[in-house]
Design a protein around this ligand. Structure first.
Ligand SMILES: [Zn+2]
Length: 193
């Protein structure tokens, strides 16, 4: 006899073996482990890290004012808010767009590597790190909201116009890929010997 829990409603079943079956409570397909979970999540995280580079180097916003276009990267945005003494906005943008993505990506890579390589750390700490990464995930889209809002409101062509740059696309993709990587990861692998 083995015990298998449904990943959707957490009901625990007593079964003969680890073959797939359908949950009697929520009709979710119950599997012993999600197929290739670690490999897929690791691949998505590496893609997200690669997307983080253009997201930082290229302009996130293009502002056209009286025919003159100025572009600014996320980092330049933080610096200009600091120059205007808007410390709170500078802090929010820095945390949401620069710090949180780095913490998330580094945390995910750390968990994935620590499962394969022998790192002296208790499994419950790994789960806590993972829960933390999942929890802060939703706060890293603030930048995209700002650019999307501004560019939909301010559309006066050559007089005053705001447009999202290349970095906005790569940033949004990076956040989405990180979220899928965290969601696709089967935390039960952490407890496998
Ligand atoms: Zn279920």
């Amino acid at each position: 006899m083995v015990l298998v829990s449904c990943r959707n409603c957490h009901k625990v079943f007593e079964r003969e073996d680890y073959s797939d079956f359908t949950c009697t409570r929520c009709n979710h397909k119950v599997r012993h482990r999600i197929k290739d979970s670690l490999q897929v999540s690791l691949a998505l995280t590496i893609c997200a890290i690669l997307l983080y580079i253009p997201a930082m180097l290229y302009p996130i916003m293009e502002v056209t004012k009286f025919g003159i276009t100025t572009e600014s990267t996320i980092f330049e945005g933080v610096i200009s808010f600091l120059e205007y003494e808007n410390y709170f906005i500078a802090f929010v943008i820095f945390t949401a767009s620069i710090a949180i993505p780095i913490i998330k990506l580094a945390g995910l890579i750390f968990i994935f590597v620590s499962i394969k390589v022998n790192v002296k750390m208790s499994n419950s700490i790994r789960v806590i790190i993972f829960k933390f990464i999942e929890a802060i995930g939703k706060w890293s889209m603030i930048d995209i909201y700002v650019v999307a809002l501004l560019s939909s409101i301010v559309q006066l062509n050559e007089i005053f116009n705001i447009k999202g740059g290349i970095a906005a696309t790569s940033f949004a993709l990076m956040v989405i890929l990180t979220m899928i990587a965290a969601h696709r990861f089967d935390t039960r692998i952490i407890w496998d010997e």
